[in-house]
Design a protein around this ligand. Structure first.
Ligand code: SF4
Length: 430
């Protein structure tokens, strides 16, 4: 396991994929620590986490000692022939431990946000893509296309840190152009975005691929029916195509979690191909926003350890990767697994509940976690970045950021609990 240095004066926030690393905690020695930086989402998430008592492990809803919970969970795992390890909201060390146990037990792996993750990954695997880091966008972009209307909501400090920072190295933010393609209107526009006087092109998310196709045709100088998409102005598209041709550094931004409709990976393919076309004559990059609830983190660990992303696992002594067949919702609904181990060390909108299944269920969850169906075993675990230090990949996946520790109430980390489970399995079940 990686050794992590003690947290210094700043903290990295684990509550969205931006992983802002400028947060600070103030303590007066009397009251609970308070966060003195960070967005409203971080304020809320940290104060909820810090208000939670550590809780107790449970077997069938009854409080038990940790050792008893580990023994019961190990017995269930030993009896399973086709376990599914899902949720996977964990830090780097947590996922490394999960990978070891999955390898030993022949488990399949999928993240709670696997659908969104694979909208991007399928495109990356199929055709590759040209992406930029958050820092590169902050410093170099002179034309930004924001696709959909949830990026600034899902990544609350995106405007302040990336789109319209107070300063940038090579592209003055005051001269930066923003184009918002999605379900925007003047009333729904955040004030910070409105101040930049962006161009609004209202379009349904399902039509974004069509818009990108028309723009590609216009940029290539081909005859296209610019009024082919109802409600989208042909004149605006022609104007935008001209701006894309002359921009020095265009960035196309989306959040795959927002594109929640069938075959949305084809829409993302359209975004990626627009970027590729622009690079024939100028410079452009994509910024696919992700990383919330650790999807980028655990996928990085899985990929470097096995060569495959999530939705993979060891079956009949060989590694199989099935991005469609190993979707956790379908494995559970189809009865293709006989045990669910659900790991959810952080709270978030995408993790409203543990999936309900008749199969035995072991939950490693944050202390405030509610389970609609009482699991066979529940073990409270610490939050990475709150209860224990660790490492975390932000949206652009360039390097793992160190997470700090805000409190110590004795909660074990995911890595520690999974390690205990693995050890108990080896000792008691061979
Ligand atoms: S924008 Fe995201 S990472 Fe940054 S402080 Fe807010 S929730 Fe945390």
């Amino acid at each position: 396991m990686w050794q992590t240095e003690p947290a210094d004066s700043t903290l990295t926030c684990p509550f969205c994929g931006l992983a802002c690393d400028d947060l600070r905690v103030a303590t007066d020695g009397v009251d609970r620590p308070t966060l003195v930086n960070g967005c409203a989402t971080a304020q809320q998430a940290f104060s909820t986490a810090l208000a939670q008592a550590p809780g107790s492990p449970q077997i069938a809803g009854r409080p038990v000692a940790l050792d008893a919970a580990i023994t019961r969970a190990a017995d269930l795992l030993a009896a399973a022939h086709a376990p599914l390890f899902g949720g996977l909201v964990a830090d780097v060390n947590g996922m490394r431990a999960i990978m070891d146990l999955a390898d030993h037990q022949g488990a399949l792996l999928d993240h709670v946000g696997g659908d969104a993750l694979f909208r991007n990954l399928l495109v990356l695997q199929d055709s590759g893509w040209m992406t930029a880091t958050l820092t590169e966008v902050r410093n170099r972009a002179d034309l930004i296309l924001l696709l959909g209307n949830q990026c600034t909501h899902r990544f609350p400090r995106l405007i302040e840190r990336v789109l319209l920072p107070t300063d940038a190295l090579f592209s003055p933010p005051g001269q930066r152009s923003l184009v918002l393609l999605g379900g925007w209107d003047q009333e729904s526009l955040p004030a910070a975005l409105a101040a930049a006087n962006p161009t609004l092109i209202p379009v349904a998310n399902a039509d974004l691929a069509g818009v990108c196709g028309l723009l590609r045709g216009l940029i290539a100088g081909r005859p296209v029916r610019t009024n082919a998409i109802p409600g989208v102005s042909g004149l605006q598209l022609e104007d935008l195509a001209g701006r894309l041709r002359t921009a020095r550094y265009t960035v196309v931004i989306w959040a795959a979690a927002e594109l929640d409709f069938p075959h949305a990976e084809l829409t993302i393919q359209g975004f990626v191909e627009l970027v590729r076309d622009l690079n024939r004559t100028t410079r452009a990059a994509a910024l696919p926003l992700a990383g919330t609830l650790g999807d980028v983190t655990v996928n990085q660990v899985c990929t470097w350890q096995t060569g495959y992303p999530l939705r993979s696992g060891r079956q009949q002594n060989r590694l199989r990767y099935e991005p469609v067949l190993y979707r956790h919702q379908d494995l559970l609904a189809g009865g293709y697994c006989d045990l669910l181990l659900w790991v959810q060390a952080l709270a978030g909108a995408a993790t409203a509940a543990v999936p309900i299944t008749a199969r035995p269920t072991i939950v490693l969850g944050h202390p405030g976690m509610a389970c609609e169906r009482v699991p066979e075993v529940f073990i409270p675990v610490g939050l990475p970045g709150v209860d224990h230090p660790g490492h975390w990949y932000r949206s652009d996946a360039v390097c793992p950021l160190p997470l700090g520790q805000v409190r110590d109430v004795g909660l074990p980390s995911v890595a520690q609990v999974i390690g205990m489970l693995g050890e108990r399995l080896r000792v008691q079940h061979g």
